[in-house]
Write a protein that binds this ligand. Sequence first.
Ligand SMILES: Nc1ncnc2c1ncn2[C@@H]1O[C@H](COP(=O)(O)OP(=O)(O)OP(=O)(O)O)[C@@H](O)[C@H]1O
Length: 293
Amino acid sequence: MTTTRAFADEAASSPTTPIVHLENVGKSYGNVHALRDVTLAVRQGEITCVLGDNGAGKSTLIKIVSGLHDYNSGTMSVNGQARHFSSPREALDSGIATVYQDLALAPLMSVWRNFFLGNEVTKGPFKVLDTATMKRIADEELTKMGISIPNLEQPVGMLSGGQRQCIAIARAIYFGAKVLVLDEPTAALGVNQSGVVLKYIVKARDAGLGVVFITHNPHHAYLVGNHFVVLKLGRVALDTHRADITLEQLTNEMAGGAELEALSHELRGIDAGAVVRPTGKAGPIESPLEKHD
Ligand SMILES: Nc1ncnc2c1ncn2[C@@H]1O[C@H](COP(=O)(O)OP(=O)(O)OP(=O)(O)O)[C@@H](O)[C@H]1O
């Protein structure tokens, strides 16, 4: 039967050593510098929120940590050992599980099949799929996490986006992830579903995992985060802990307080209510249905 994955470097970690530590990491795509001198410590039992606007470098950071891309400079250590992953499988074997927003699960497969996808339980000399065991474990594990899915035979494509994220999180925890990287898990969700997903992010943290929560939403980050890192144009613009920042300050940092001030200065004098017609003259827009003699 499939058991929890073993981690070769586990003994090297201590509660104070970051599980994943990026130090002055840089990544370029040709002459585009996606990341420069990025330092980030991910610790067990903490939710590290990585925030940033479009193009800040969040996806590039995920790709490095999850083994999709290598970095060009600096160091990434996992449990105290410098690593260059050459595949996502290597990252997974080191305990780093990444849940992507859209690619978390296979939509046409059932809940229990998805739970075991890539880690199927087999039995006997011919390695026949042990369906009964997989269904039982999936049911037990989802129940343990408080995830209520009435029918595990249902294709996951029929579930809500929030439920799919929760199943992917439960699966990563069951298969022994030490670090859970979540790529904008609440970006496509409404308020209620976001709340459910945030609850399971906290459960993952409370189960002792180091969670990396990538988001551009400071409100979601502040609801659950212990540690906040804001990326801007590939650099770390802020690295702070919950005790040292308020939601208002974090929101302001994300909104680019200084940039917004400069923009509002530039926009002063522009009449936001004005309508510019194709002729260039301001005035009310004529309805296309209006009759002209
Ligand atoms: N494969 C690539 N080739 C060239 N440039 C890239 C590539 N991937 C990303 N970039 C560039 O690197 C920078 C960082 O991009 P990245 O996708 O990491 O940012 P992001 O914070 O995830 O943005 P978004 O929220 O829009 O996805 C951007 O300038 C982007 O155009």
